[in-house]
Design a protein around this ligand. Sequence first.
Ligand code: GLU
Length: 303
Amino acid sequence: MSYQEAIDEVYEMIKNLPKEGQVANYIPELAKVNQDIFAVHLLTVEGDNYHLGENEHIFSVQSIVKVLTLTLALEFEKDKLWDRVNMEPSGNPFNSVVQLEYENGIPRNPFINAGAIVVCDILLDHLKDPAENFLGFVRRLTNNPKVSYNKRISESEKANGFRNYALAHFMKAQHNIKHKIDDVMDFYFAICSLELSCRDACHAFILFANRGKLLTGERVITVSQSKRINAIMQTCGFYDQAGLFSYKIGLPGKSGVGGGIVAVHPGNYVITVYSPRLNNKGNSVLGMKFLEEFTTITEVSIF
Ligand code: GLU
């Protein structure tokens, strides 16, 4: 069965399922999306594309971007980065405050909010114009100069980001945030507001399927770093549902509260699914269902 046949067949299986889940509404602008959009795009390491639905529709990637900020920060800091953030599954909600206090301001991993905020603080050491420079990095990966942030969404999150500010203030008290809170948080809200289509997201993540290289052959990270980032996606990519995602889908990946999920089959492909209704852990309901059926029907996963 070809990937396109598998995508089409799985869509037939899930398209009439009851509309379960809620769009994220703690960021008011995110709640305004069209809830019924469904899109999927698959890009192979050979450069072949397969898709269904609105694969060019741009959506707010939210936490998906944290894989890319980690990638850039690791380039600058190498293993020193792990002095300031851990690499263990959190088993707690992505915006949890309690665990951070027990663990003295060292976040469990770079994909929960506290960890991503520390990674932003680290990037401020290295980037002159952080938001612009990071955007340049994403444009290079996607080969799409139109990729951009959404100011309405970053401002909406900033106006309501009390928990994230609380995490940053607590880490500042523990000396794990070096820059001014406002500088770190403005950068954090900007990166979370990045918008990509399913097609763009596949291109942004293809280096993790392609042993650290883009499809042009250009090397971005080492083979070893690609392995390590996939490992962190596998163990920490789905909030406190990383175990369930591993069990059902069997691929490394990352979700965001915008409703996207990117999953990587190292050596093979990247697949991105978008459907904005989320379960109570913050993962796209239909996105997870689609990927579960897709890896089952194609009988390809890393396990
Ligand atoms: N910007 C969101 C937040 O900080 C990202 C959450 C997510 O996608 O997990 O809450």
